[in-house]
Design a protein around this ligand. Structure first.
Ligand code: CAA
Ligand code: NAD
Length: 285
């Protein structure tokens, strides 16, 4: 199936990036958030990021305007999913929220609509089991920042069929991304490998091994990472990192994934990283 319309559920860090690349590639986009303010901020972020592409002559001003016009906003997922061929969920990393949303999407979307989740760690098989179409449920895991990062980790649940997987692989390529297919295990490949590194960096900070900037600089200059692990945690969102680590810890049953108490403390304080203006680093805008 060729996909030319998509509902993106959640207009936050990831949702607005997914809406951006989809609209830029010519898809009709329904961007949905329960918060009207988040929708407004999401559209402003897309506008700003597309302006950057126009300035760099990667896109013309007319192409930008046409892409922005392809994005419609909604506050009700049931309404937004009408008539689209694909829904990509990008709401917070909490299983109960996703289960409830997929119940709604399953009831409201057309019978052929593919239901994808951008989850970082939660079982696609369990999400799919909440629907009457588990063969059409799949993980479509974009990386942050979406307009820049090439990877889409495509996660097959136990019941996901070949046609659904092929449609999502094809769409990912049409969006200018490189899809990699993986199986459904907690954290998949990306976060099973990334989150223990971030967690260990937070332990190093908590134990006084080094200050924030020193930890980030060691990993940037010593390992050639584009940003240090604490800056990367701020980019991802510390609440999201904590939620992912909790899934890894619970589902894999191994204490090596236990979230660092300092990470919990930051989240409890509302220091969530870039999106709240303060995490391990502070952000002016
Ligand atoms: N949106 C759109 N474009 C952006 C952007 C954003 N938020 N941030 C940066 N860019 C663009 C810039 O315009 C610039 O474009 P050009 O190359 O075309 O000039 C390019 O990205 C590089 O940006 P900068 O020069 O400003 O900064 P940089 O070189 O430091 O790169 C970065 C910024 C791309 C974020 C880079 O630091 C990086 O790759 N960091 C690591 C990101 C990463 O690991 N992401 C994965 C996180 S884990 C995840 O996503 C999965 C999960 O489930 C948690
Ligand atoms: P976020 O907190 O930035 O945004 C989530 C948005 O969802 C908010 O705007 C919120 O108002 C909205 N929302 C909450 N419940 C909703 C509902 N029922 N219906 C519609 N909207 C709702 O979160 P995020 O960082 O964009 O993460 C979204 C998903 O993407 C998570 O599953 C996360 O694990 C995953 N992910 C995050 C990253 C990252 O780096 N942040 C990378 C890859 C995947």
């Amino acid at each position: 199936m060729t996909i030319d319309s998509v509902a993106v559920i959640g207009g936050g860090t990831m949702g607005n990036g997914i809406a951006h690349v989809s609209a830029q590639s010519g898809l009709q986009v329904h961007m949905v958030d329960v918060s009207a303010e988040a929708l407004e901020q999401g559209l402003a972020t897309i506008d700003r990021n597309m302006d950057r592409q126009v300035k760099k002559e990667r896109m013309t001003a007319q192409e930008k305007e046409a892409a922005m016009r392809r994005i419609q906003t909604f506050t009700d997922p049931a309404e937004a999913v009408q008539g689209v061929q694909l829904a990509v969920e990008a709401i917070p990393e909490r299983a109960e929220l996703k289960y409830e949303l997929f119940g709604t999407l399953d009831r409201e979307a057309g019978p052929d609509t593919i239901l994808a989740s951008n989850t970082s760690s939660i079982s696609i098989t369990e999400i799919a089991a909440r629907t009457s179409r588990p063969e059409k449920v799949i993980g479509m895991h974009f990386m942050n920042p979406v307009p820049v990062m090439k990877l889409v980790e495509v996660i097959r649940g136990l019941a996901t069929d070949d046609a659904t997987t092929e449609s999502v692989m094809q769409l990912s390529r049409a969006l200018g991304k490189i899809p990699v297919e993986v199986n459904d295990y907690p954290g998949f490949v990306s976060n099973r490998v990334l989150m223990p590194m971030i967690n260990e960096a937070v332990f190093a900070l908590m134990e006084g091994v080094a200050e924030v900037d020193a930890i980030d600089t060691v990993m940037k200059l010593g390992m050639n990472h584009p940003m240090g692990p604490l800056a990367l945690a701020d980019l991802i969102g510390l609440d999201t990192c904590l939620n992912i680590l909790e899934v890894l810890h619970r589902e894999l049953g191994d204490d090596r994934y236990r979230p660092c108490p300092l990470l919990r403390k930051y989240v409890a304080a509302g220091w969530l990283g870039r999106k709240s203006g303060r995490g391990f680093h502070t952000y002016e805008d």
